[in-house]
Design a protein around this ligand. Structure first.
Ligand code: URA
Length: 223
């Protein structure tokens, strides 16, 4: 059975975690008393649980293997390999948890920054293949807040040719979901969001309420 409940907001699909173990870890993650090493470990474990569900649509092909007894039909990940893309900086804290489940995936990096005047997100760093044709891409970003960064990242991947994008976020705010939903509606590529929790709202600083604070700071300390 699925680990996660499924809600559909066409044209994007949203999976919100509905599992006691995910709820338990998320509650510890939110707690302001949780220190950085524990926060990193919990985020890592949560990502592995979320990645399990996010991989439900990963493409596979039929293969034949020989067991010690006989031939068996099975499935293996198809080529081209899925591409995992953490959004810098906080998405890096999710990478190991993802790689644990999908060790053969390739990894690209995307650095996004928001212009505080225009509120538009743009790319300041990228290390990705030029051609993503036929690739399934898995974006890692812990907090879907205003949605500007995630929308820009999805658009970036689709422009490079990605034909399916899934984002794994620890938490999401309704405002961010609405923004991404509006923005991806113009892209003819399926988009799936997998998250451990859908929170109430954003505050006037753009923080998710109740959220967990600044994910980057809690992972890596304030810089
Ligand atoms: N980014 C964070 O790290 N936390 C929030 O609550 C919103 C955006």
């Amino acid at each position: 059975m699925s680990l996660l409940g499924r809600a559909t907001f066409p044209p994007m699909h949203i999976h919100v975690a509905d599992h006691p173990l995910i709820a338990h870890k998320l509650t510890l993650l939110r707690d302001e008393r949780t220190d950085s090493p524990t926060f990193r470990r919990l985020a890592d474990e949560l990502v592995t649980l979320l990645a399990y569900e996010a991989m439900r649509e990963v493409r596979t092909q039929q293969v034949t293997v020989r067991t010690p007894v006989a031939e068996a039909q099975g499935r293996q990940l198809s080529a081209p390999k899925p591409l995992v893309v953490p959004i810098l900086r906080a998405g890096l804290g999710m990478l190991e948890g993802m790689q644990r489940l999908l060790p053969t995936a390739e990894v690209g990096f995307l650095g996004m920054i928001r212009d505080e005047a225009t509120l538009r997100a743009s790319t300041y760093a990228e290390r990705l293949p030029d051609d993503l044709s036929g690739r399934q891409c898995y974006l890692l970003d812990p907090m879907l807040a205003t949605g500007g960064t995630l929308s820009a990242a999805i658009e970036f991947l689709v422009r490079r040719g990605a034909d399916q994008v899934t984002a794994i976020c620890l938490l999401a705010a309704p405002e961010g979901i609405a923004r991404v939903e509006r923005d991806v509606a113009g892209l003819s590529v399926p988009f799936v969001l997998v998250t451990a929790g859908l929170d109430e709202r954003l505050d006037d600083r753009g923080y998710i309420v109740p959220g967990l604070g600044d994910a980057g700071d809690r992972l890596y300390g304030v810089v």
